[in-house]
Design a protein around this ligand. Sequence first.
Ligand SMILES: NS(=O)(=O)c1c(F)c(F)c(S(=O)(=O)CCO)c(N[C@H]2CCc3ccccc32)c1F
Ligand SMILES: [Zn+2]
Length: 262
Amino acid sequence: AAKWTYSGADGEQHWPKHFPYCGGTFQSPIHITSDLLRFDPTLGPVTLHNYNLPPTEQLTLGNNGHSVQISLPSRMHISSLPHRYSAAQLHFHWGSASRPMGSEHTVNHKQFAGEMHVVHFNSEKYPNMSVAVDKSDGLAVLGVLIEIGEFSPAFDQFLKFINGIKYKGQKVQVPGFNVQDLLPRLDEYYRYDGSLTTPPCYPSVLWTLFRNTVTISRSQFVSLATALFSSHAQDSTPVPLNTNFRKPQEVDSRLVLVSFKE
Ligand SMILES: NS(=O)(=O)c1c(F)c(F)c(S(=O)(=O)CCO)c(N[C@H]2CCc3ccccc32)c1F
Ligand SMILES: [Zn+2]
């Protein structure tokens, strides 16, 4: 597959050359602004199952060159959507130590320090992520906006292992933990139809972005923003992995449903 980056010759302006959907419609992220919002009383709290993973369960923490990801067991799932959506992985987007603004979605044009995505696939209709990834009802991603503030013990459950995955392709096993501890309250969120925010940018994602943020400490943020490289360990020139967020895309005629009243 063609290589892509967040800057330079393979940066996001060039993605459509090899990944045509990246130049298409229903793209993510977006600027979430008040004029787009429509309250939907049918939007109840997000309902999660098996998010509390026992420490006996080993999760794979990896550096895939674009983000830090944690692979998740498919018994973890969301039941409050039109179909059952099973978890596949979670990953992050962040800025840099010097410019700690790296969220993909913005709310009223405010960009946050970072953003976490928990990627799920429609396990009722498709056998796995790879089959679901390009289907219009294939994916559901939970988005969490991250701010710098109080230390997060939940975040540290994997962050403390990050120096074992400094380079692209490196993986370590980490003990299971309660992934729900990484999320804010589940009853207030934005909901819209969008896409993967990385190539191949398939418009296959039902987005749920929580209204409330979570915090990590500045030192936790700095270690996330400075520990990783997008290059392999043996590469002569190490390329720092940071600023891995796509800029907001055209909303066109899309509305954003909200589960809450101002
Ligand atoms: N912001 S986002 O939620 O759109 C999104 C990413 F931003 C991102 F970086 C990744 S990735 O797998 O870490 C690297 C590039 O695919 C995925 N991974 C998805 C896309 C394809 C795929 C296949 C199997 C497992 C996960 C994914 C992703 F869905
Ligand atoms: Zn993402």
